[in-house]
Design a binder for this molecule. Structure first.
Ligand code: BG6
Length: 485
């Protein structure tokens, strides 16, 4: 199957940091269909060869096992092309169309890896130039809007040029292998389904922790903050995967219909509940993994006195029969103790303990990173239970599944998977416009309440698990965050 893959924002960070390395891996793994052309589009003048050198030079920043040898890069470079475009000029889109029409590739993927402020103009121009035929797919990178209104506006423009099934909205967390494993766990095995409900589950915790700070992205980040950057998209998408009903088929829309229902069932926030159930924080100087690090306000390009949040913890509920009353805790932050993303399903404790120590409940941990795995925590007999008495007789143990070891050759990175899916036209792991809009609708009361709240984010020391208020919030339900257990 021949394809043309066009990157708008072809010299930007996302393209050389994530997309080019992912495509190279796809080529190395023999997964990239033959007969492809990759075209980078950006503002400045350069030749194909200059662009190839630009990409090659940037591969030094990629982890060494994922860097191409000279010979491999040669092969990859043959696919790469470059084109200068001023994104506001119609004749430049006509030039692009002529380049694409030189051969009729089976699939044309137009990847908007630019600032979202450019999405409307690009989509309008693509439509006007006729670059929206049935073989065309448009891939939209997050952030898709800044709030509900801007998201609606972007979607209106996208819809005016493309049909919904041509729009591939990326949330790279959906491309992570753990999400595949979560789907397989829930819908490929009957074991957990009877337990996957309020009667058996006490609470669910989704933690997306990063040890890094905002680095050089201070200007972008300061306009965004952790709620828009991580919760509105990545954390909510994971929540839908955990909470959704089994879809009737594995088709994209069957899955996305069920995810949308979860988003619609989320308990809405009010100005009062935001203050009680949402904690925002901002890191100050501290130590992360033994190294001293700056506070957020000292980072480059961060405006003095910024009240941008770098941490959010919140409590919500999914208001339906399956989940009524079960707290879902979501938490994300920069400069936390480690790069650690996981979903913890805490089961209820035994109803009547007959062994000392058996009040400790089972939990299932779905690990997204740094490892990709599954742990089932149980209690086992360490001593002779009939002797009773000592709490140590029952000891926590875990069944531990490491997917990297289980399938050593099959591991595919998130962007690699999503790019290949976009080329193949598989929409399952992409976000539909109604899901995305509903997610914005749900976060809006939080943004609005924060605008009115003079207190700003709570400070936390870099290297800690965020402001103590995040622990206090779950303690009100008699819970602790997983790392405190
Ligand atoms: C991006 C955010 O979407 O996800 C970044 O914009 C964040 O701020 C990144 O660092 C985290 O992704 P990952 O895959 O490294 O966990």
């Amino acid at each position: 199957m021949s394809f043309d893959l066009v990157f708008f924002g072809g010299t930007g960070d996302l393209t050389w940091r994530k997309l080019m390395p992912a495509l190279f891996q796809a080529l190395r793994h023999g997964k990239l269909p033959e007969g492809g052309r990759i075209l980078a589009v950006a503002r400045d003048e350069r030749s194909d060869d200059e662009y190839r050198r630009f990409v090659r030079d940037r591969f030094v920043e990629v982890e060494s096992s994922k860097r191409p040898s000279d010979e491999e890069f040669e092969r990859f470079a043959r696919l790469l092309h470059y084109r200068r475009m001023d994104l506001s000029r119609p004749e430049h889109y006509e030039g692009l169309k002529a380049w694409i029409d030189e051969r009729s590739a089976d699939t044309v993927v137009l990847y908007l890896a630019t600032s979202p402020y450019l999405f409307p103009v690009i989509c309008e121009q693509l439509g006007a130039a006729g670059l929206n035929g049935p073989q065309v797919r448009v891939v939209l990178e997050k952030p898709l809007g800044h709030d509900l209104d801007s998201a609606l506006q972007i979607n209106r423009v996208v819809r005016s040029a493309f049909r919904e099934e041509q729009a591939f909205r990326i949330d790279h967390y959906l491309g992570k292998p753990a999400v595949q494993n979560l789907m397989a766990l829930r819908f490929g095995n009957a074991l957990f389904e009877p337990l996957w409900r309020r009667e058996s589950i006490a609470n669910i915790q989704i933690t997306l922790a990063e040890s890094l700070g905002v680095g050089t992205r201070g200007d972008y980040y300061d306009k965004t903050g952790a709620l828009r950057d991580m919760i509105q998209n990545h954390a909510l998408q994971l929540l839908t995967m955990i909470a959704m009903e089994p879809p009737s088929t594995s088709d994209a829309d069957a899955i996305r219909d069920e995810k949308l229902k979860v988003l619609r069932s989320l308990k809405p926030f009010t100005a009062e509940t935001v203050l009680r159930d949402v904690v925002r924080g901002q890191y100050k100087a501290g130590n992360v993994q033994g190294d001293p690090v700056k506070g957020y306000l000292e980072e480059v390009k961060v405006p003095p006195g910024s009240t941008c949040e770098t941490f959010v913890a919140l409590r919500t509920e999914v208001q339906n029969w399956r989940w009524a009353g079960v707290p879902f805790y979501l938490r994300t932050g920069k400069r936390l103790p480690g790069r650690d993303a996981q979903i913890v399903v805490n089961f209820r404790a035994v109803p009547h303990p007959i062994f000392p120590g058996s009040h400790r409940a089972n939990k299932l941990v779905i690990k997204l990173q740094p490892e990709d795995g599954l742990e089932l925590h149980l209690l086992a007999a360490k001593g002779n239970l009939s002797h009773g008495g000592a709490a140590e007789l029952l000891s926590p143990v875990k069944l531990d599944l490491d997917f990297d070891k289980a399938f050593p050759t099959e591991r595919v990175g998130a962007y690699e998977r999503l790019l290949l899916d976009a080329i193949a036209g598989r929409l399952n792991l992409f976000v539909r416009s109604d899901e995305q809009e509903q997610a914005w609708r749900w976060v809006m009361p939080i943004l609005q309440a924060w605008e009115r709240d003079p207190n700003g984010p709570r400070p936390y020391t870099a290297g800690s698990w965020g402001p103590p208020a995040a622990s206090a919030m779950v303690a009100r339900d008699g819970c602790t965050w997983d790392e405190e257990q």
